[in-house]
Design a protein. Sequence first.
Length: 107
Amino acid sequence: MSDVIHLTTGAFPKVASQSAPVLIDFWAPWCGPCRMQGPILEDVARAIGDKAVIAKVNVDEEPQLAGQFGIQSIPTLVVLKEGRIQKRWVGVQQAHALTAALQEMGA
């Protein structure tokens, strides 16, 4: 079973360079839709297990990382594979869509 990790700018290079797909949710605690996305991410983490990394980035605490990805609206979710963006969504996404995208990337 995998947990949703809280990703920081310092830890990003290590996480992004993994061969497993990485799903990152850019969010903030004051954002209502972001709070709706949180439990969905936990469902995805349970479904995918250790086949992918599921992470959250608080844009208020990590503005440099949010800027690196050009985040303008939250929640924004991206899937990385070997450090490259493969998919990107803006707005709340359902678990089945996120799980399917991760499975397409080899999770």
